[in-house]
Structure formats: C-alpha cells, structure tokens
Design a protein around this ligand. Structure first.
Ligand SMILES: [Zn+2]
Length: 132
C-alpha cells in the first residue's frame, strides 16, 4: 500500500487528474432534483455523473467485510446503501444521465480515462457547434 495514495481521498485525486486534463466539472451538486445524492464529479451539460464508491460503505465485492460486532446490523445497512445506489443510478439514467461508478480501490488514472472516453462519446453524439 503506497503511503501517498492514502494521503488524499480517491475522489479528490480523481478530480485533480480530471482537472489537469483540462476538464471542468462541478462537485457537491445534485444532478436532478429527484435524487438526494451528490456525485463526486458532475458534468451538467454532458449529463455525466461520477461516483467514487468507498469499498466499505458501498459493499465492494472484493473488500467489504462486516465488522465482527453487530455484523447483522452492518450487513443490513450496507445492503440498504447498495439498494439506494441502484435506485439513484436508475433515476439518473431515466433522466438521460450516464452514471460512472468507480471503486475507491481502482486505479485513478484508469478511472479518469473512462470518464474522458465517456465525455468524448457523448460530445460526439450531440450536434456540432455547441458552446466553445
Ligand atoms: Zn474494493
């Protein structure tokens, strides 16, 4: 485990990689009124929302282990979180958004590539001559 990688939270590292790549985005905004969550990175015009999901709170299949005390409580709580994530994803896609979810354990540069590829894809599909 690299010490540097732990020093900054993964969503902050993703934002910084995207920003250095010249991409501009919002954070801490709700993409649509019907959901209460705030994705870590939001591209309002492209309607792309990126979540960096913590392995514990979002139930990463590789890393989530319930704490030994109150295991049943934690299992239920994390299961509810995962259902909420799924509902939010569905709401967003119904509203025409593309949701990208990245696990906090994933490679940040790889995640940034994925985001850029999705943006290019969506921008290629919109009419030419959009805002400069
Ligand atoms: Zn994980």
């Amino acid at each position: 485990m690299r010490a540097n990688a732990r020093a900054t939270r993964p969503e902050a590292r993703l934002r910084s990689v995207l920003h250095r790549a010249g991409l501009r985005f919002r954070k801490n905004v709700r993409p649509i009124a019907s959901i209460r969550c705030r994705p870590d990175v939001v591209f309002p015009r492209d309607r792309v929302a990126v979540f960096v999901d913590g392995c514990f709170w979002h139930g990463c299949p590789q890393h989530f282990r319930p704490p030994q005390s109150n295991a049943a409580y934690w299992d239920a709580k994390i299961a509810r979180n995962m259902q909420r994530d799924k509902r939010n994803d569905e709401e967003l896609s119904r509203a025409g958004w593309r949701v990208i979810r990245v696990w906090e354990h994933e490679d940040i540069d790889g995640a940034a590539h994925l985001v850029r590829a999705e943006l290019m894809d969506r921008r290629a599909c919109t009419q030419p001559g959009g805002r400069a």
